[in-house]
Design a protein around this ligand. Structure first.
Ligand SMILES: Cc1ncc(COP(=O)(O)O)c(C=O)c1O
Length: 388
C-alpha cells in the first residue's frame, strides 16, 4: 500500500481493519463477552475461521490488538497473555516436554528464570543457562533433545546483547525453535522474526501500554506453523485476556513510536551525562560505543529504548538507598516503559550460573520517561550528591 508503509503510519493504522471492528469508529469498541450467540444449532460446533466463538478466544477488541502487534513484529499471528511473564511461560510451556532440554540465556529476566527452575525443571525439562555473549559456539551446547532456545536481548538488568542471526542460524539448522523476550526494543527497535527468530515475546505492560496501568503479554510467531503450537497451548490451558485491557494497550500503541523516539533521546543524553560522573564506574547502555556489545546492537537494532543501568563505584547499600531516596522525579518501583521515570537498585535480582556477573559496585537501573531530560539530570545530580 503506497504511502502507508512508514513505521509511525503503520502503528497508527495497525489493527483498525481487523475482523469485526466497526468501520466508523477510530478505536475498536470494547466488546465484553463470555457467550457468543449462534443463529442455528448446527453452527454451534462448526465455527468458521476468524468467527467469534466464545469470549475466551477474544472478540474484535483483542483481534485488533493482535493484528496491530502482528503488523509491528511482522508476525504470522499473535497470541495475547494476561502479563508479560505469562507470555514467556505460555510459550516455554507450549514447547516443553519431559525428557527435553532447553537453552536459556543467563541474562534472562528473573521470574522467567524462576519459572524454568521451579516449574519446567520439576516437570522433567533440563535447563542449561548459557553465556549471553555466545554466538555460533552455542551449537556445541545443542543436543538432539533440545526443544527451545530462549533469549532476552539486551538482558533487562545486565544489558548484554545476544547474537540473534548466529543463534537463529544454528537453531534453524537443527529445527530448534527460538524465542526472544523483545520487551526492551518493544518490537520497534528490533525485528527478531526478520532475523530468523521464531517467537518475539513482549511484556506489552511496558512500552506498548506506556502508562503503567495495564498488564499484558504477547507472543508473535514468525510462521503459521509456529503460531499454531502456541495458540493450541493457549486454548488447552484456558489463557485469556480482558477486552478492556486489550483496548488500553492498543490505545497506548498509537503513541508508542513517538514516546520511544523521545525516550531514546533522553535516555542517551542522561546515559552520556552519567558516564562522565565520578560516582559512576560504568554505564550499561548498548548505544554507547564503550558498551562491549555495541557493534552487535548497531548491526541488529534500529535504536535504543529508555531502559539502561549504571554500575556505581563501590559504596554501601545504605549509600545506594540514600541516593535513590533523594530522587524526587524518579519513582522507586518495579516495571518500566511508562511515561514516568523510575529507578531501582538491582543486585538482589541478578542470578547467574553460566557467566558470573562481575561489577565494580552496585547496579542501579533507570527507566527514562517523558519528563525533560535536563530536569531528570538535575534530579540525578541530587541523588548522586546523597551518595556522600
Ligand atoms: C524483560 C521483562 N520481561 C517480562 C517481564 C514481565 O512483564 P509483566 O510484568 O507484564 O509480567 C518484565 C517485567 O518487568 C521484564 O522486565
Amino acid at each position: 500500500m503506497s504511502g502507508r508503509n512508514g513505521p509511525h503510519t503503520r502503528l497508527v493504522h495497525g489493527g483498525r481493519k481487523a475482523q469485526g471492528t466497526v468501520a466508523d469508529l477510530v478505536n475498536p469498541p470494547v466488546e465484553r463477552a463470555s457467550t457468543v450467540l449462534f443463529a442455528r444449532a448446527e453452527d454451534l460446533y462448526d465455527a468458521k475461521p476468524g468467527q467469534r466463538y466464545y469470549g475466551r478466544f477474544g472478540t474484535a477488541t483483542q483481534a485488533a490488538l493482535r493484528a496491530a502487534i502482528g503488523d509491528l513484529e511482522g508476525a504470522a499471528d499473535v497470541v495475547l497473555a494476561p502479563s508479560g511473564l505469562a507470555a514467556c511461560t505460555l510459550a516455554l510451556q507450549a514447547l516443553a516436554e519431559p525428557g527435553k532440554h532447553m537453552l536459556v540465556s543467563d541474562s534472562v529476566y528473573g521470574p522467567t528464570r524462576a519459572f524454568c527452575d521451579g516449574v519446567l525443571s520439576r516437570n522433567g525439562v533440563e535447563i542449561t543457562y548459557f553465556d549471553p555473549r555466545a554466538g555460533a559456539e552455542l551449537a556445541a551446547q545443542c543436543r538432539d533433545e533440545t526443544c527451545a532456545i530462549f533469549l532476552e536481548s539486551p538482558g533487562s538488568l545486565t544489558f548484554e546483547i545476544n547474537d540473534l542471526p548466529a543463534i537463529a542460524d544454528l537453531a534453524q539448522a537443527r529445527g530448534i525453535p527460538t524465542l526472544i523476550d523483545n520487551t526492551w526494543a518493544a518490537g520497534w527497535f528490533l525485528k527478531p522474526l526478520a532475523l530468523g527468530i521464531d517467537y518475539s515475546i513482549q511484556a506489552a505492560t511496558k512500552y506498548h501500554t506506556g502508562h503503567s496501568d495495564v498488564l499484558m503479554g504477547a507472543i508473535a510467531a514468525r510462521t503459521e506453523e509456529r503460531a499454531k503450537v502456541i495458540r493450541d497451548h493457549a486454548r488447552l490451558t484456558g489463557n485469556a485476556v480482558s477486552p478492556d485491557d486489550a483496548y488500553l494497550v492498543l490505545r497506548g500503541m498509537r503513541t508508542m513510536g513517538v514516546r520511544l523516539e523521545r525516550q531514546q533521546q533522553s535516555a542517551l543524553k542522561i546515559a552520556q551525562w552519567l558516564s562522565g560522573r565520578p560516582e559512576v564506574a560504568r554505564v550499561l547502555h548498548p548505544a554507547l560505543p564503550e558498551h562491549p556489545d555495541h557493534a552487535l546492537w548497531q548491526r541488529d537494532f534500529g535504536g535504543a529504548s529508555g531502559l539502561f543501568g549504571v554500575i556505581l563505584r563501590p559504596v554501601s547499600e545504605a549509600q545506594v538507598y540514600a541516593c535513590l531516596d533523594a530522587l524526587t522525579l524518579f519513582g522507586l518501583g518495579f516495571s518500566w516503559g511508562g511515561y514516568e521515570s523510575l529507578a531501582i537498585h538491582c543486585d538482589a535480582q541478578i542470578k547467574r550460573t553460566a557467566r558470573p556477573w562481575k561489577a565494580e559496585g552496585p547496579l542501579v537501573r533507570f527507566s527514562i520517561g517523558l519528563e525533560d531530560a535536563d530536569d531528570l539530570i538535575a534530579d540525578l545530580e541530587n541523588g548522586l550528591a546523597a551518595l556522600g
